[in-house]
Design a protein around this ligand. Structure first.
Ligand code: AMP
Ligand code: GLY
Length: 427
């Protein structure tokens, strides 16, 4: 089978790498891919934008692709799945209507209410006056969210009423016509991804991301600066609770709306200090960098899982097999990210990092005349797998020390919460 992966991040490099280990996959095509996927054996890049649905359909048909896997949310929200299925292609990723679970916060909140899923109290507004009256009535802290895809910049956590009012003005000024204002939840965040085939779901290991640019979770929000799995905050008991009280009811509510949701159902959860999980948001795709730690731990064939999902037979799939131990990914970004940053710098040292038993998943890179150069803010992620968390983290940082490009930046505290959990757990 030939597989086509839409996207160009570390997530897509990890998907392509994992696909190559499935015996039934003989070629991977990445659209557009990056420097990392260009260097994988039996993998080619086709340079088309991820929202060029017609171009992607043509590439898949001409190449006889058996399965298309969509990485990012944008093409899913544009209806890539419906479009490609209309051309007779098999696609892993929800339909346009299902992708609203990520693309519209108001839609997702209404669905959660139908499903009886715990989430922060909220209200939806399409005018500033009503939004500001609500802010005055509720008082800070509050979280103001754009009701649309905003490339990670649509959520503003506001410590004061003045900040919340400013956030409202700013989102309406940016052209959003609807916003959600919700209660701020406290606790520890965790990403729980499940593969859903419309009726059945299979949970992946819990993972934890590090969204802020600065150490100690300070500074601006980013796409994610590092991740690890499994995240100890989600104990087996909590994990079962999340499946029963959050994921299953959400899938049933989708079914009741007539939505045959096939793809990743990703719940961004807040675990309250007392242990109660609530949904902060749903995503309709694999997480990045979470995928960079989940796939190296997955022993089962990715092609088997995703094919079974697309064919609606996840219930017949044997239990997912996982390696024991932990995986840690540290993302290296270009200086200035998530603000403006320079591009075109040469990247060196990937081979010597790989020689130290780490995986280097590339994101914002391009192979130009045999030289790897920086093209994006999150440049690459170094993932290490080991029998215990501390040695995985040490290995990831050792690997990173071999990699150089001008202005390289990475957080040095990836995984600090696990250390905290471990120290609490030990006598
Ligand atoms: P994003 O993944 O870009 O939508 O960012 C959402 C982030 O905003 C989450 O990871 C949380 O850190 C934060 N967030 C969203 N909703 C809430 C909430 N109700 N309470 C506290 N933090 C929130
Ligand atoms: N790592 C966060 C996300 O993929 O949305």
């Amino acid at each position: 089978m030939k597989a086509l992966i839409v996207g160009n991040g570390g997530r897509e490099h990890a998907l392509a790498w994992k696909f190559q280990q499935s015996p039934q996959v003989n070629q991977v095509i990445c659209v557009p891919g990056n420097g990392g996927t260009a260097m994988l054996p039996n993998c080619i890049n086709i340079p088309l934008p991820v929202d060029d649905l017609e171009g992607i359909a043509r590439a898949a048909l001409v190449n006889g692709v058996g399965l298309v896997v969509v990485g990012p949310e944008l093409p899913l929200a544009l209806g890539i799945t419906d479009y490609l299925q209309g051309q007779g292609l098999k696609v892993f990723g929800p339909s346009k209507v299902g992708a609203q679970i990520e693309a519209s916060k108001a839609w997702a909140k209404a669905l959660m209410a139908e499903a009886g899923v715990p989430t922060a109290a909220w209200a939806v507004f399409s005018d500033r006056v009503a939004a500001k009256a609500y802010i005055a009535q509720q008082g800070a802290p509050l979280v103001v969210k754009a009701d649309g895809l905003a490339a990670g910049k649509g959520v503003i956590v506001c410590g004061s009423e003045a900040e919340a009012e400013q956030a409202v003005d700013s989102l309406f000024q940016q052209g959003f016509s609807t916003i959600v204002i919700e209660e701020q939840l406290a606790g520890e965040e965790v990403s729980v991804l499940a593969i859903a085939d419309g009726k059945t779901l299979r949970m992946l290991l819990p993972a934890q991301d590090h969204k802020r640019i600065g150490e100690g979770d300070t500074g601006a929000n980013t796409g994610g600066m590092g991740a690890y799995a499994p995240a100890p905050v989600l104990t087996p008991a909590l994990s079962e609770q999340v499946e029963r009280n959050i994921l299953q009811p959400t899938l049933r509510a989708l079914q009741q709306r007539g939505i045959d949701y096939r793809g990743v159902l990703y719940a961004g959860l807040m675990i309250a200090p007392g242990g109660k999980p609530s949904v902060l948001e749903f995503n309709c795709r694999f997480g990045d960098p979470e995928t960079q730690v989940l796939l190296p731990l997955l022993e089962s064939s990715l092609a088997d899982i995703l094919s079974a999902c697309v064919d609606g037979r996840l219930d017949q799939l044997p239990p997912l097999q996982w390696r024991s131990g932990s995986a840690v990914c540290v993302v290296a970004s270009a200086e200035g990210y998530p603000g403006s940053y320079s591009k075109g710098m040469a990247i060196a040292g990937i081979e010597s990092a790989q020689a130290q038993d780490v995986l280097v998943f590339q994101a914002g890179t391009k192979l130009q005349q045999q030289q790897l150069i920086v093209t994006g803010g999150r440049v690459l992620g170094v993932t290490a797998v080991s029998s215990d968390f501390d040695s995985a983290i040490a290995k990831a940082y050792r690997g990173l020390e071999s990699i150089q490009f001008p202005g390289i930046y990475y957080r040095r505290d990836i995984g600090y919460r696990v250390r905290h959990h471990n120290s609490e757990a030990s006598p």
